[in-house]
Write a protein that binds this ligand. Structure first.
Ligand SMILES: CC(=O)N[C@@H](C)C(=O)N[C@@H](C)C(=O)O
Length: 673
């Protein structure tokens, strides 16, 4: 019998991320995270086969992000390291005594080594020259070539608020940006020659997502009416309708060219894209709208008028980019295949129906056109982890096949199947079922339910496009290969199944209604002949840790053990992490509802053994959430085990953190289930 693949083998393939295309030279770049060692790979007109252009060698937890090409496509800028937490500390998960930083690096595609340029983030190379605008602690700075290979940096302008969304005009003479003022935001335009700053029709609303017209005379941006402080972890089904403004860059005067209708789609839901708005050829603006209850793309004239739906169907558009000539939009969607993602393209004026790219049971995201019109994407399937690929004769062909480890056990992996189930209140939820290979008829198997985090997430019928859930998919595979049945549950309040599913009523801090789907899943599994209903466990991270803890407090009769990774255990604490001035006394009913929807409200019922795992530099779910839970469980003599990662953040930055987490989980379930 072949040796059982280890979790380190199953989760040992590189994870591909951050695919970007250059405006010239047919260059495309992406990041490969190979067991925590992150490096940048490129392909271009000189060498169509992908090649590694950086030389990092350690699982050091220093992410590579914000890749941005120069106008000529010959130089690539990127950020190494993460942003500061509220205490101003940058992520240092190896506890490196020298500390860590968030800095902008540069690598030329001529083979010379990458070099660190300066502290900062959001490198935004000029659309014409060789300058690079960037952010440093919320201020806007500029780096310009100096003697030799060095750069001269200077703060571009001093203003209130925090800068973001840097956008060069097509001629490289102006820089548009967003100035975030906390309760509202403005769009500004800075002119380099005159050093003049002009606000675009400033108002009480939140203006963001600026995009230049193709002739550089105008700017379009989103205007979202002020709606008070958003506390999160609750449904938002409607709002004061958002709109699209078009401003004259020279005068700052603007007018509204589109406004969402009341009801469905009146609350803006973002796509994943460099720009939320795409200024296309023919002066048309392409934008996302949820009017039908699904996130679709629409097209409207920059002069106003009726919006035209480009992507009809029951499913969501998620990742969006455009062709260099502005005639086509490239996007991914689950329309027609709800538990996967496929890349489509459509003409921006809506004169023709969307066109598919590749067929097959794959998951494709982050699609981009190269400057010479080739189509690239990040792709995975049930067995092949996330990789960068180019579209050739309607197939996705891997760009860096040599990066796959020889011991990756693709053939041993199982292929999950799509399932759906109904909760007591009638709401349908969805999931992927992993069955142990060579399952024996009549045998009853121990079973675990995986609960994703977010909760605006969706697990799929294959390796996930998010790093966190790419890792989670590996553990689900490892558990199935170790003889567990695994149900990966897409509970209500997740994405992919429409607005009303995502914005499920009484979710999270307003009632925890999604826990009803967890109970339904346990009962659905318990009714299966191959499930040992006395051996059902739960595991999940963050929001999934919350639901794991809910199961162990609310229904100790259903669940035998749990692995709770940085879970939310008190919604009032969870909200305060994102809203520091949240006042639990401002609305006592809401505060009490939030507490009653939290595991801590019924922690006295907790009996089952649990493994708690947390990094203490967690910026999303504070370490104290686990501290207070452990204190209470010890007082109740509940069998509690723990794994703590000093200086790790929420989505573990080190591969070794994930491996230690998963090895501990496999061992824990082996002993407790
Ligand atoms: C928004 C956020 O941080 N939510 C957390 C409770 C969470 O679930 N975080 C991760 C796991 C995520 O997927 O967002």
């Amino acid at each position: 019998m072949a040796a059982q693949p280890t979790i380190r083998q199953i989760d040992g393939a590189p994870f591909a991320a951050t695919l970007v295309a250059a405006p010239a030279a047919n260059a495309v770049a992406f990041v490969l995270n190979a067991r925590g060692v992150r490096n940048i790979w490129v392909t271009d007109s000189t060498q169509p086969n992908a090649r590694q252009v950086t030389a990092f060698t350690q699982d050091d937890g220093q992410d590579l992000t914000s890749l941005a090409f120069s106008a000529d496509g010959r130089t690539l800028y990127f950020v190494r390291g993460g942003g500061p937490n509220r205490a101003g500390e940058t992520p240092n998960p190896t506890s490196d005594p020298a500390g860590a930083e968030e800095a902008i690096w540069r690598v030329r595609l001529d083979g010379t080594p990458a070099t660190r340029l300066m502290e900062g983030s959001s490198p935004t190379p000029s659309s014409r020259g060789t300058s690079v605008a960037f952010l440093r602690r919320g201020a806007i700075w500029m780096a310009s070539p100096s003697s030799g290979d060095s750069v001269r940096v200077s703060q571009l302008l001093r203003m209130r608020g925090s800068g973001g969304s840097l956008r060069w005009s097509p001629n490289g003479e102006q820089l548009a940006f967003v100035s975030n003022r906390g309760t509202h935001s403005f769009v500004g335009v800075y002119t380099l020659s005159s050093k003049a700053l002009r606000w675009m029709a400033p108002s009480t609303d939140t203006d963001n997502a600026p995009v230049w017209s193709r002739d550089g005379s105008r700017l379009a941006f989103l205007r979202v009416p002020y709606a008070g402080r958003r506390l999160g972890f609750r449904a938002t089904r409607s709002a004061q309708p958002w709109g699209i403004m078009v401003a004259n860059a020279a005068t700052g005067e603007a007018r509204e060219v589109f406004r969402a209708t009341a009801g469905r789609g009146s609350a803006y839901w973002a796509i994943v894209a460099d720009n939320q708005l795409q200024w296309m050829a023919g002066d048309r603006i392409v934008f996302p709208w949820e009017r039908t209850g699904w996130v679709h793309l629409y097209s409207v004239s920059a002069n106003g008028g009726a919006a035209k739906e480009l992507t009809p169907g029951n499913g969501e558009v998620e990742f969006v980019s455009t062709s260099p000539d502005g005639t086509r939009v490239l996007y991914n969607t689950n329309i027609g295949d709800i538990d996967r993602r496929h890349v489509m393209s459509v003409v921006a004026d809506g004169s023709a129906a969307p066109v598919p790219t590749a067929s097959g049971a794959h998951i494709a995201w982050s699609p981009v056109y190269s400057s010479q019109g080739s189509t690239y994407a990040l792709v995975s399937d049930a067995k092949q982890p996330a990789h960068a690929a180019v579209l050739q004769t309607s197939r996705w062909n891997m760009l860096a096949p040599e990066s796959m480890p020889a011991d990756f056990p693709a053939a041993s992996l199982v292929t999950p199947t799509a399932v759906s189930l109904r909760a007591a209140d009638g709401v349908t939820s969805y999931g992927q079922l992993f069955l142990p290979p060579n399952a024996q008829p009549g045998k009853k198997y121990p079973t675990v339910i995986f609960l994703h985090g977010g909760s605006r997430r969706q697990m799929l019928l294959g390796w996930n496009y998010g790093a966190y859930y790419h890792h989670a998919y590996a553990l689900n595979q490892a558990m199935a290969l170790r003889g567990y049945i695994v149900l990966s549950l897409n509970y209500r309040s997740g994405i992919g199944y429409g607005m009303e599913f995502r914005e499920a009523l009484r979710q999270g801090a307003t009632g925890g209604s999604e826990y009803g789907d967890v109970v339904a899943a346990a009962k659905w599994l318990g009714a299966r002949p191959d499930v040992d209903r006395t051996r059902i466990g739960l595991w999940g991270g963050s929001y999934g840790g919350y639901l794991t803890a809910m199961g162990l407090t609310r229904n100790p009769e259903l669940f035998k053990a749990g692995v709770d990774i940085h879970g939310v255990h008190d919604w009032n604490v969870g909200i305060q992490t994102f809203v520091p001035d949240y006042d639990v006394h401002a609305n006592r009913l809401a505060t009490r509802t939030a507490f009653l929807a939290s595991p801590m409200a019924q922690v006295k019922n907790w009996r089952a053994p649990v493994l708690l795992i947390h990094g203490d530099d967690d910026r999303n779910v504070r370490f104290v959430e686990t501290l207070t839970l452990i204190q209470q469980l010890r007082a109740q003599q509940v069998p509690v085990e723990q794994v703590v990662f000093p200086d790790e953040v929420h989505g573990f930055l080190r591969h070794e953190s994930w491996m230690r987490t998963f090895e501990a989980a496999i061992d824990f379930f082996g002993r407790k289930m």
